[in-house]
Design a protein around this ligand. Structure first.
Ligand code: C2E
Ligand code: CA
Ligand code: CA
Length: 756
């Protein structure tokens, strides 16, 4: 069925040839009528078959064609009955009525409704019509008129035909610019009309109303035009044309397509070309002057109209482009670009609140991007409820949102609170309920004493730093301060350096003796980390451990310390110096699943009994997640590793709680121990702790023993062990045998003195 148009094309081509092959003129005229009638049929059948939305247009075209065919029949009839056809005749009347009907069909095809936005197409048509009109007038009508004049019906008909062609051509200009132009069917129809107009015009130029009944090569133009229109109607592409244009400027834009511009340029050039030809021909200016002048004037006005349209179009497009460039597509909020522009406009009086969705990455990874996007849209919706017109709401990237407004009229703390309140109710998405929490970071660019110019991107960056800091706080709100800047960059530098340090032996362990107060001998050491920085300084743990903790570098660091310490332990044992080894581990290590395997592997590697190793865990880290800590500590305990609670007394935990943890040792913080001698309160704490720990079956180590008297007191309190500068400073491994001997000797004389 779809191939019908091919069959019809072949048949039509055959008809065009047959027209010249049949022996008599009457037969030829019959073929002509048949081809025309077949075109009408093809148009009606095509319309029925493809059911285009604008079928009225096609049927109107069929009606116009039918009128022409009737004209052909009338022509033949007059020819047969009267032997010759007068000019003008009844056939001409039918032809001339056919043109506007056909033209109206074409017009309907391009557009059902006449809208202001189509002014561009109308102007295009007008330009083509004026140009073609000028040509026809100068080269066809005017020469004809100078023979007979416009008076009388023949003269009127002489003018009417070109006028109709001008009209059709004008509509065609509209066609070329329309979106339908892409369809084969419409190109065929355009070809049909163009062929008709060209044939008409050639006839007009020849303007020979002699024996019009004779076959002429020009006739092929009309027959072929019929066939092409029929094929166009049968072609399946005629159906999927009517596509409503949503954008208001789509028509206007379409009226500036490349083919249109070519046609318009050619049309506009007609006026000067006609003048040129007339001048060369030396035609009297009094005869062509007015027509050219009027046409040229009309063309200029129309072209100016078009240029105005073009400028307007460019302007609206620029505005639209800017809007698109400033909008986040997912949420419809402003984007980073727009936000920075707003800050820039605010000129030193702007506050930015960065809002970050906590654990958004998890949501995205778990439920997929689709749901992640919906969460972001829901978040945008909630944030919209927080702001008024004075505040701009933007989505910067991923799960980062920002609010920005004038500093004086904003209360950032209240806003932050409002934001968090709005996230208190869970987000419902389909059958899922998600609890979303937001952190808020605040930064202002109000001129401070030190920095009078903060660029928009610096301000956004500061709010960003603040929001990162907020994530670590209880309230989840933080205001930017200068330390955040430094933190960030220094941390990055240190991270790099520390990684190198790990790989290139810049790290070293010092060992500090631990003395058993009953036997008064060194029974163990605690491993303490140092960093020999390439800049020549030696850094203590507090200078770099926080960074390692934050960045996850703590894991390889702890492995390094454990390996070094146990290797050292094995080597001393080989030398006949059995010393227990105490190693500090961080909070992060405590929640690292791999810790247990790590410890086991390293113990095996150095053939070390687990009982020889004590892991020191600070009181606060054991408190961070008691359940999780208990699990890890139990596993270590099961392995035989000793666990000590370090810095006891600084974490406000009760001994009752610590009792539930699988630990064997308490290390009383040096703040209490070193204060014992002067502060009765400190002394009381140490005393009661030792007593309580003993009843709970825990051994107690006092750290920070800095003088003889403290040691003696601790011994009297029956404290298990002591550690401190008085009993030996942290020393390098190779010095430890000597230090141990020295300390033991010192302790021996000290106790000896006391005994004697
Ligand atoms: P800590 O576990 O409480 O270690 C004892 C700290 O007190 C050491 O400081 C030591 O030099 C110091 N100290 C020892 N005796 C005295 C004394 O009589 N008076 C005074 N005022 N101080 C004394 P250091 O080496 O700077 O270590 C600081 C902290 O760093 C340690 O506190 C420990 O929590 C941590 N740390 C050290 N090495 C490591 C390590 O390898 N891994 C981990 N995770 N943390 C470590
Ligand atoms: Ca320790
Ligand atoms: Ca300690």
């Amino acid at each position: 069925m779809t191939a019908w148009w091919r069959w019809y094309a072949v048949l039509g081509a055959f008809g065009c040839v047959a027209y010249f092959l049949v022996p008599t003129v009457v037969m030829a005229q019959s073929v002509f009528v048949l081809v025309g009638a077949s075109a009408v049929a093809a148009t009606v059948i095509g319309t029925r078959m493809h059911r285009p939305r604008n079928h009225t247009a096609w049927l109107t075209i069929a009606a116009g064609t039918a009128l022409w065919v009737l004209g052909d029949i009338a022509f033949e009839w007059i020819h047969i009955t009267e032997g010759s056809v007068p000019y003008p005749s009844f056939a001409d009347a039918l032809y001339l009525v056919g043109y506007p009907v056909y033209g109206f069909g074409l017009f309907l095809l391009v557009r059902h409704k006449w809208r202001a936005s189509e002014r561009g197409h109308v102007a295009n048509s007008a330009i083509v019509m004026v140009a073609f009109g000028l040509l026809t007038w100068t080269f066809a009508v005017q020469p004809a008129l100078s023979d007979g004049g416009i008076s009388g019906t023949a003269g009127l008909v002489d003018v009417a035909y070109p006028a109709m062609d001008i009209f059709l051509l004008g509509l065609l200009a509209h066609f070329v610019g329309s979106h339908q132009w892409r369809a084969v069917s419409y190109r065929l129809l355009t070809a049909a009309v163009l062929l008709l107009v060209v044939t008409d015009t050639l006839t007009n130029f020849a303007i020979v109303s002699e024996s019009s009944a004779d076959r002429s090569i020009l006739d092929v133009g009309w027959t072929l035009s019929y066939v092409l229109a029929g094929v166009a109607a049968l072609h399946p592409s005629m159906r999927r044309i009517t596509r409503p244009n949503i954008e208001p400027d789509a028509h206007l834009m379409a009226s500036f397509t490349a083919p249109t511009v070519v046609v318009l340029t050619a049309a506009t050039l007609t006026a000067p070309i006609v003048m040129y030809i007339e001048v060369i021909r030396a035609e009297p200016i009094s005869e062509w002057g007015w027509a050219v002048l009027i046409s040229a004037g009309a063309l200029v006005i129309l072209v100016i109209l078009r240029i105005t349209d073009l400028l307007r179009l460019l302007h609206t497009q620029t505005v639209q482009l800017r809007a698109v460039a400033d909008t986040d597509h997912l949420t419809g909020l402003a984007n980073l670009r727009a936000l920075e522009h707003r800050i820039w406009e605010g000129a030193g009086d702007t506050t930015v609140l960065a809002v970050d969705i906590d654990r958004f990455k998890e949501i995205n990874d778990t439920f997929g991007r689709g749901l992640g996007d919906r969460v972001l849209v829901a978040v945008a919706e909630r944030l919209r409820g927080v702001v008024d017109e004075s505040i701009m709401l933007a989505r910067l990237a991923g799960d980062e949102f920002a609010l920005c407004g004038p500093t004086d009229s904003m209360d950032p703390a209240a806003l932050a609170l409002d934001i968090q309140r709005r996230f208190a109710t869970p987000v419902e998405l389909g059958n899922m309920t998600l609890l979303i929490e937001a952190s808020v970071g605040v930064a202002s660019n109000s001129p401070a004493a030190e920095d009078d110019e903060i660029t928009p991107d610096r301000l956004v960056q500061r709010a960003d730093l603040a929001v990162q800091a907020a994530k670590a706080t209880q309230s989840r709100v933080a205001f930017y301060d200068r330390s955040m800047d430094r933190d960030k960059s220094e941390q990055l530098i240190m991270l790099g350096e520390l990684t190198t340090a790990l790989e290139s032996d810049q790290l070293q362990l010092l060992y500090q003796p631990q003395v058993d107060l009953a036997s008064m001998t060194v029974v163990g050491v605690e491993a303490l980390l140092r960093w020999h920085h390439p800049n020549g300084t030696v850094l203590g743990p507090s200078a770099f451990l926080p960074t390692a903790e934050r960045t996850g570098l703590i894991r390889p660091l702890t492995r390094y310390v454990l390996t070094q310490a146990l290797a050292q332990h094995a080597s001393w044992e080989q030398d006949g110096l059995p010393l227990r080894m105490a190693v500090n581990i961080s909070t992060r290590n405590l929640f690292d699943d791999t810790l247990i395997d790590q410890v086991r592997t390293i113990l095996d590697e150095f053939d070390c009994r687990a009982e020889q190793l004590t892991l020191e865990v600070t009181e606060t880290s054991a408190m961070t997640d008691p359940v999780g800590a208990t699990e890890v500590l139990s596993a270590l305990h099961a392995m035989g590793v000793q666990v000590a609670i370090d810095d006891y007394g600084t974490g406000y935990s009760s001994l009752a709680y610590i009792e539930r943890l699988p630990v064997q040792e308490l290390k009383i913080d040096r703040a209490f121990v070193s204060g014992m001698a002067h502060s009765p309160a400190h002394a009381a704490i140490v005393r009661s702790t030792i007593d309580l720990a003993r009843t709970l079956g825990l051994s107690v180590t006092a750290e920070g023993v800095e003088d003889e008297m403290t040691m003696t007191t601790l011994r009297e309190l029956r404290c298990s062990r002591a550690q401190g500068f008085h009993l030996g400073r942290p020393s390098t491994a190779h010095r430890i045998p000597a230090v141990v001997a020295e300390v033991n000797a010192h302790l021996k004389t000290a106790t000896g003195e006391r005994i004697s």
